[in-house]
Design a protein around this ligand. Structure first.
Ligand code: TEU
Ligand code: CA
Length: 574
């Protein structure tokens, strides 16, 4: 049993992961869609940032109904992104620079174009029928009639979780689009085929797996109606389609079959929407040999009202309460993933930073400082290191996301308030993080020589990598310094966490302690200049501040707008 704070020696304990959404990162052939050669061309950029792992979102053959999270061939590369040779070159390029490659696998569901599903749906008796979740119409109901779905479940994109296959007269389950049928993990053949696929990727040099919605692979059987109103990010713990009774068993089996097949220490990360901290502590406890860390969603809910695209004012005390709860719950033997954004979330600087343009950079640096000084593994989503912001979407046609279109259509029928859903999508929509990476101030931000699949943010003339790489005071270099601090100090990666000022709605403050070294982080989440209600005499070594000129006129006891500071001291009491 590893004791709290005991040195945990896996390489990823002080690593920083950078997520690339290939479609929007760099386009090498002018078709307006990012691709693998484009990623390869930017490896020196990632190396200069100092990140350790590249997490690549799906690049596999896919009809692209959900931008690749609907896979039709697990062992290939979609021609729009390149070839397997390109992928091998990417992995080799990362390894030659001392970086690692984590691939994103979607194994709760496949595309409906996957050969397994086209076989499975042929008839009720074929060998692949039980590879998916098929059920007859609800007793007493005619297939296709309203209410005939086997259960009342509503999926993540707001639609019913069952679609009738006219051919066979049965329904199949899909917790996302109808083009994403759920695999039946109760079938051992399915599991073994997926483990074999994962081992195939290990043989190609993969160093880890990000597993999409992996807590959905164990459903609660027999399948029954849900008694709680659940939506994508608001479902109560124990929802019938998440975190079912066999999840730990499946994760442990996967670890034996996949991690156990290599001497490499892999990084395994499970995306687990709706999981609560107490469950996560079990999944990530090394003694349980299940998974290294998980993506949880609790802090992604603090600014959502009844629906995923129903933005509400959020409170700093709520943010501190949830992040603090997860730090405490995973303090001993668990492990956190730390993130503000990814390809499913809007840009953190627009969501949690200042509305004032002149405070955008300060907001980005402050948010980065707070996140990267927590205990766990920090994730940087492409462009976050530049302070990239939400795009000024106007009409529904500006978006290119199935989740946006579904949500709009559901709002049309449910409330009729299409302005409200559009406002919600503008603030929280996934496409905000999917607009092209901003490399420079030229046309299309250097992302493509063609027409980009999503428009480039007009602010790229000011917010771009080229200008920031040459500016030591930029957001880019602040991220680089934070990564360097994590690599240098065990206190950052392993130190115990204590939240301070839990009831303060302006300042986020906490300490990290490891042996006799203690760090203090104080961050101002406001546009004002609050007093720092802490004993400045105790903290005399300033490690870092997000303002270029050291402490402001207010000295150590006053923070400037959206400023964060890191202090260090030696303690004798530890
Ligand atoms: O997201 C799953 C998930 O947690 C959803 O609630 C997600 O936040 C949703 O997309 C809300 O808009 C994963 C992938 O990250 C996402 O891109 C995919 O669309 C989804 O699974 C299905 O594979
Ligand atoms: Ca391309």
């Amino acid at each position: 049993m590893t004791s709290p704070g005991q040195a945990m020696t896996e390489w990823w304990r002080n690593a920083v992961v950078y997520q690339v959404y290939p479609r929007s990162f760099a386009d090498s052939n002018g078709d307006g869609i990012g691709d693998l050669p484009g990623v390869i061309a930017k490896l020196d950029y990632l190396k200069s940032l100092g990140v350790d792992v590249l997490w690549l979102s799906p690049f596999y053959p896919s009809p692209q109904v959900d931008n690749g999270y609907d896979i039709s061939d697990y062992r290939g590369v979609d021609p729009m992104f390149g070839t397997l040779d390109d992928l091998d070159a990417l992995i080799a390029g990362l390894h030659s620079r001392g970086m690692k490659f984590m691939t994103d696998i979607v194994i709760n569901h496949t595309s409906d174009q996957h050969p397994w599903f086209t076989e499975s749906r042929k008839n009720r008796t074929n060998a692949k029928r039980d590879w998916y979740i098929w059920r007859s119409a609800r007793a007493g109901h005619t297939p296709g009639a309203p209410g005939a779905e086997p259960t009342n479940w509503v999926g993540f994109f707001g639609e019913k979780a069952w679609t009738l296959d006219e051919e066979s007269g049965e329904y199949y389950m899909h917790l996302f689009c109808k083009e994403q049928p759920d695999l039946n993990w109760e079938n051992a053949d399915v599991r073994q085929e997926l483990y074999a696929m994962m081992r195939w990727w290990l043989a190609r040099g993969v160093d880890g797996f990000r597993m999409d919605v992996i807590n959905l692979i164990s459903k609660t059987y027999p399948l029954a109606d849900s008694t709680t109103k659940t939506s994508a990010t608001h479902f109560e713990a124990g929802a019938l389609f998440a975190g079912g009774p066999r999840l730990g068993e499946f994760l442990a089996e996967m670890r034996r079959e996949v991690n156990g097949s290599t001497d490499k220490v892999l990084l395994t990360v499970g995306e687990m929407p709706g999981t609560v901290a107490s469950d996560a502590a079990g999944y990530t406890n090394p003694d349980n040999s299940q998974i290294d860390m998980i993506f949880q969603f609790e802090h992604m809910d603090i600014d959502r009202g009844t629906g995923r695209y129903d933005p509400i004012p959020w409170r700093l005390t709520d943010l501190k309460r949830t992040l603090g709860r997860w730090q405490d719950a995973l303090a001993g033997t668990g492990w956190n993933s730390l993130y503000w954004g990814n390809h499913d979330q809007s840009r953190p600087v627009s969501r949690f930073g200042s509305a004032r343009l002149e405070l955008r950079e300060h907001s980005a640096k402050m948010l980065a400082t707070v996140l990267h000084l927590h205990r766990g593994t920090p994730y940087i989503y492409q462009g976050e290191e530049l302070g990239m912001a939400n795009y000024p979407f106007e009409t529904l046609e500006d978006f290119d996301d199935v989740d946006a279109y579904n949500s709009y259509r559901i709002a049309q029928t449910d409330t009729g308030d299409t302005e409200a859903i559009l406002a919600g999508l503008r603030h929280l929509g996934r496409d905000n993080s999917r607009t092209p990476m901003q490399w420079d101030a030229t046309t299309n931000a250097g992302f493509t020589t063609g027409t980009p699949w999503l428009p480039v943010n007009p602010n790229h003339v000011d917010v771009n990598a080229a200008v920031q790489i040459n500016d030591a005071g930029s957001v880019f270099h602040h991220y680089r310094r934070l990564i360097g601090l994590r690599h240098a100090l065990d206190t950052v990666s392993l130190g115990s966490f204590e939240m301070l000022l839990p009831e303060d709605e302006t300042i986020y403050a906490f300490t990290r302690t490891h042996g006799s070294e203690q760090l203090l982080v104080v961050a101002n989440f406001s546009d004002n200049e609050p007093e720092v209600p802490l004993d400045a005499a105790d903290w005399n070594q300033l490690v870092m501040t997000t303002y270029p000129d050291g402490l402001g006129p207010g000295g150590p006891t006053r923070l400037r707008p959206r400023e964060a500071r890191i202090y260090r001291r030696r303690t004798t009491t530890h």
